[in-house]
Design a protein around this ligand. Structure first.
Ligand code: SAM
Length: 300
């Protein structure tokens, strides 16, 4: 590290009262381990006039762990449009405001980018205090290729939209990173088997930086078996999936996939999914799905 090249940090001793330059200070907080808060982040949270946070109760606990007494107010997706002008008005008065999320890096599946845009547009100073983030922590632990990755955030909750979303990234020459909740993990792993194939290597990263941190790195279907065998799946989860070729279409692959999907889906949905998976014309796949359905009916 080149020490002469560092952005100056005006860190006074705790008893000094040098006022901070007016502006917005976007500050990362830990994703589970209190020791992951940076010195610069703590100093900023101590010295700003107020902290905008998603849930004031969550941030209050964090601040009390560091002995920080700065006042907080809420800024979350439901009040953001109303609160942004109030933050701009405070900056206009010369105040320094920090933005934090409940955990990790603001704006990574958390609110904030519109605030940064408006604050900069209005000509005020914006700075970032980088730190913990579940995406980068999972990438660091996954043991999967790191040269290119795509962070796809949370998958849609509805099954069809979830399959479409997974299919959208299929064949991309980059490692894929998803956030997932424990109660949807099995559904998502099943969908990944359908869309990406059973054998693709992946990592399920759970409870990162916490006491029960766990990384299961295996094929998608083995990860599915591993978690399906558990009584209960808890904690916060990041899924990392290696880049893979799109499944090469041949007639038997299409028929196999259609037969499998037709067990649980309507003809229209099954054929749309398979058309996306194999990059084939929807009309042709739909036609074939109808034929398979007909044969199955006459066999029963
Ligand atoms: N801004 C946060 C960040 O920097 O990672 C993410 C916020 S997002 C609302 C919350 C999701 O991030 C969780 O549902 C989980 O998928 C992931 N996550 C956050 N902390 C995690 C942890 N300690 N271990 C695994 N995943 C985590």
């Amino acid at each position: 590290m080149d020490e002469n090249n560092q952005k100056p940090v005006e860190i006074p001793s705790p008893t000094q009262t040098v006022s901070l330059k007016s502006g917005l200070y976007v500050t990362a907080t830990p994703i589970g381990n209190l020791k992951d808060m940076t010195e610069r982040g703590k100093e900023i949270l101590r010295r700003v006039d107020a902290i905008a946070c998603e849930d004031t109760r969550v941030t209050a606990k964090l601040l009390s762990a560091y002995g920080i007494k700065t006042p907080t107010f809420s800024y979350h997706e439901h009040n953001a449009a109303d609160v942004r002008p109030k933050i701009l008005a405070r900056l206009q008065k010369g105040e320094a405001i920090a933005l934090v999320s409940d955990a990790g890096t603001p704006m990574i599946s958390d609110p904030g980018y519109k605030l940064v845009a408006e604050v900069r547009e209005a000509g005020f100073y914006v700075d970032a205090m980088p730190g913990a983030c579940a995406v980068t922590t999972a990438i660091m632990l996954s043991g999967l290729p790191t040269d290119k990755f795509l962070f796809a955030g949370f998958l849609p909750v509805k099954e069809k939209a979830r399959l479409d979303s997974l299919a959208q990234w299929n064949g991309l020459p980059a490692t894929l990173v998803f956030y997932e909740s424990p109660n949807r993990l099995l559904k998502t792993l099943k969908a990944m088997v359908d869309v990406y194939g059973a054998e693709r290597p992946m990592a399920v990263c759970r409870e990162l930086t916490k006491l029960h941190q766990e990384v299961v790195q295996d094929t998608i279907s083995n990860c599915l078996d591993e978690f399906a065998a558990r009584d209960r799946i808890r904690g916060e989860i990041v899924l990392v999936v290696t880049p893979g070729e799109k499944i090469k279409p041949d007639a038997s692959t299409m028929d196999d996939l259609l037969r499998e999907n037709l067990k649980t889906m309507r003809v229209k949905d099954a054929s749309q999914l398979v058309a996306e998976q194999l990059s084939l014309p929807k009309r042709d796949v739909y036609q074939r799905a109808l034929e398979i359905k007909e044969v199955e009916k006459s066999n029963n």
